[in-house]
Design a protein around this ligand. Structure first.
Ligand SMILES: CC(C)(COP(=O)(O)OP(=O)(O)OC[C@H]1O[C@@H](n2cnc3c(N)ncnc32)[C@H](O)[C@@H]1OP(=O)(O)O)[C@@H](O)C(=O)NCCC(=O)NCCS
Length: 160
């Protein structure tokens, strides 16, 4: 635990070039090491689509994810999102979530600006995402709806 805390401290605010996007008092991380599967499961519990995810699934998911971005407040994980990418041509953005106690303060927008503007991601020309509920929110961050985007949904969203 002490080692994990030290690693987290070392990772704090890494690669954050545009500091005007930071919410005061919140610490932003760009490493998977900054998250534990248990904390992430607790955060997923607040969502319709993530609440059934098991620790085993989350662990495997983190291993297979290209980049995870997270935010802590008073040491507690309060926001998360992740990107799958080849780091050159294509990327996709998933699991954008902010703890209910911290919503509506600009944290979700600042986390997405941090993730999408990250040096490893910002030159990727096409990033796609899927959300049925947040179209307006995503459009404020530069996303647009497009004909031709397709989805193969094998299971209901509650179990996917
Ligand atoms: C959606 C979510 C990430 C937004 O985070 P947040 O920190 O509350 O958002 P912000 O404070 O940065 O809000 C930015 C703007 O988006 C708007 N907004 C926030 N949530 C919204 C929503 N659910 N629908 C539409 N607009 C929304 C805000 O009103 C604000 O508008 P303004 O700039 O005109 O004031 C957060 O509410 C959340 O975690 N929701 C539950 C999880 C979820 O459904 N995730 C999406 C699936 S991938």
């Amino acid at each position: 635990m002490v080692k994990m805390k030290k690693q987290r401290k070392d990772l704090m605010k890494q690669n954050f070039e545009n500091k005007e996007n930071i919410c005061p008092g919140y610490y932003y991380y760009d490493s998977k090491l900054a998250i534990t599967t248990e904390e992430l499961q607790d955060l997923y519990r607040f969502t319709r689509w993530g609440r059934s995810r098991s620790l085993e699934q989350i662990e495997k998911m983190l291993e297979g994810t290209s980049m995870c971005f997270s935010v802590r407040y008073n040491g507690k994980l309060v926001a998360f999102c992740r990107i799958l990418t080849d780091f050159v041509f294509r990327g996709s953005l998933w699991d954008i979530l902010v703890h209910p106690d911290h919503q509506g303060k600009g944290l979700g927008s600042s986390l997405l600006r941090y993730a999408l503007g990250h040096p490893s991601i910002r030159s990727v020309p096409i990033i796609v995402t899927y959300t049925s509920e947040l179209i307006e929110f995503m459009c404020k961050l530069g996303f647009e709806t497009r004909d031709g985007l397709l989805i193969l949904q094998r299971r209901p969203i509650e179990y996917s």
